[in-house]
Design a protein around this ligand. Structure first.
Ligand code: SAM
Length: 192
């Protein structure tokens, strides 16, 4: 296991008022063009900060696959999905470090606040990008190494230029990088 990994005992922090207000996950996903009927794969889903609003957006015709290495995080997500009446639209998938354990292609694949925790970044990307169809959207959200307030140690963080180059090497095009609230940046692109 990676020593950089988020500890499940801190999972409540992910739903803090500050984080919800800064990132506005439902609004963010809609602006990124997630839509009704989409297959959404949330890699490193944690306890559902993005999976739950995504399930509302994709609706009954769509599906959310929430992938995580930590079963504790996924069980919390499942509980939250039950409370929100969204269990039919969310499937939880327990993965291994570099094995997605996923049998589904995606219209939209999200990697939010997870990539800095991954040890073998190249192998990880190669594995997950196998599940992308041509035209699928890929979005990464990460901590900005140039911002100091809260978040993981600065030396664990990944520069946006480095991540962008890794995506370009893997046929992700139309890449856009932008700074967002919460000391973070967002990279989106399309698989060609
Ligand atoms: C900081 S949390 C972010 C959770 C969620 N994406 C969010 O933004 O609220 C990072 C999550 O990534 C998971 N994770 C770390 N390495 C992973 C890997 N190699 N594959 C899948 N999940 C991983 C952790 O277990 C944790 O739940």
């Amino acid at each position: 296991m990676s020593g950089k990994r988020f500890h499940p005992s801190k999972k409540k922090k992910l739903f803090s008022e500050k984080r919800l207000k800064s990132l506005k996950p439902a609004e963010m996903l809609s602006k990124l063009n997630l839509k009704e009927g989409d297959i959404f794969v949330d890699v490193g889903a944690g306890n559902g900060f993005f999976s739950l609003p995504a399930a509302e957006i994709v609706g009954e015709k769509g599906k959310v696959y929430s992938v995580d290495v930590e079963i504790d995080m996924l069980l919390d997500l499942k509980h939250r999905a039950q409370q929100a009446g969204l269990t039919d639209r969310i499937e939880i998938c327990k993965s291994e470090d570099n094995d997605a354990n996923l049998h589904q292609s995606a219209d939209f694949m999200l990697f939010a606040y997870l990539f800095h925790e991954v040890e073998d970044k190249a192998e990880f990307l190669d594995n997950y990008f196998n599940f992308l169809e041509k035209g699928s959207r890929v979005v990464f959200i990460e901590w900005d190494p140039d911002q100091r307030e809260e978040g993981p140690p600065l030396h664990h963080r990944v520069k946006s230029e480095q991540l962008k180059a890794m995506l370009e090497e893997r046929n992700i095009k139309n890449i856009e990088v932008k700074a967002i609230d919460y000391n973070s940046y967002l990279i989106s692109g399309l698989k060609v």
